[in-house]
Write a protein that binds this ligand. Structure first.
Ligand SMILES: Nc1ncnc2c1ncn2[C@@H]1O[C@H](COP(=O)(O)OP(=O)(O)OP(=O)(O)O)[C@@H](O)[C@H]1O
Length: 230
């Protein structure tokens, strides 16, 4: 379970508070206006940006003294962060062994992840020789091999067209289901939330609101969400 306990994040004049829990295995879409603090919230949970007050806890244990690499978290950004000079196999392997010293077991794990995301046989290509959708699949394979229980996705498929995005969202949902991962995904599109989220976390006006059932929220939006949806 993820718990944000009296969390406050400040950055210059910007301030965001959050106080809620998200049970294991839940999938939450994080939605709200530009600049509301969605990316900053994910960065703080991942340990890249320190909070000014409160705590981030996983299964009741505070993560405050745990660096980003040691947190139970894997994070995926919009550009996927693939390294252009490494082939896809090694890009994915970086999720397993940052120094690329791979055991036979690691190599099997990387191959299995490439298979699972539909990239079997493409491991020796560099990112530049893959389509946008294939690059997204490679980035997903990399977080898959990290075997972390909490996945943070920051607008991962914003650059893809609607059909491809829907396909990738379905893949994320299937992977989360298979691994039992808990998911927080920033998106600007309520349709993304409808497609894969159990819950919706609205970030607006200095607050990340507690997760509430996504469909219920979208079908009957509170004022702040109505403003955002337009
Ligand atoms: N380095 C920084 N120094 C000061 N303020 C910053 C810095 N980076 C971001 N901010 C401010 O923090 C706030 C939250 O930014 P953040 O990127 O988390 O919002 P967001 O909801 O993810 O926006 P978007 O949907 O546009 O990506 C914004 O008001 C932004 O101006």
């Amino acid at each position: 379970m993820l718990e944000l306990r009296d969390l406050r994040i400040t950055q210059g004049s910007f301030s965001l508070t959050a106080d809620f829990t998200l049970p294991r295995g839940r999938r939450a879409a994080v939605i709200g206006p530009s600049g509301a603090g969605k990316s900053t919230l994910l960065s703080t949970i991942a340990g890249f940006f320190p909070q000014s007050a409160g705590q981030v806890l996983w299964d009741g244990q505070s993560l405050d003294d745990t660096g980003p690499g040691k947190r139970p978290v894997a994070m995926l950004f919009q550009d996927g962060n693939l390294l252009p000079h490494l082939d896809i196999f090694r890009n994915v392997a970086l999720g397993k062994a940052p120094g690329l010293r791979l055991s036979a077991e690691d190599r099997d794990r990387v191959s299995a992840a490439l298979d699972r995301v539909g990239l079997a046989g493409l491991g020796d290509r560099r990112p530049g020789a893959l389509s946008g959708g294939q690059q997204s699949r490679a980035a997903l394979a990399r977080i898959l091999v990290q075997d972390r229980p909490l996945l943070l996705l920051d607008e991962p498929f914003a650059a893809l067209g609607p059909a491809l995005r829907a396909e990738m969202l379905d893949l994320v949902a299937a992977l989360a289901e298979e691994t039992g991962a808990t998911l927080l995904m920033v998106s600007h599109d309520p349709q993304d939330a409808r497609r894969i989220a159990d819950d919706l976390i609205l970030v607006d006006d200095g607050t990340a609101w507690p997760p509430r059932p996504a469909l219920e929220m979208l079908d009957n939006p509170p004022e702040a969400l109505k403003r955002y949806l337009g």
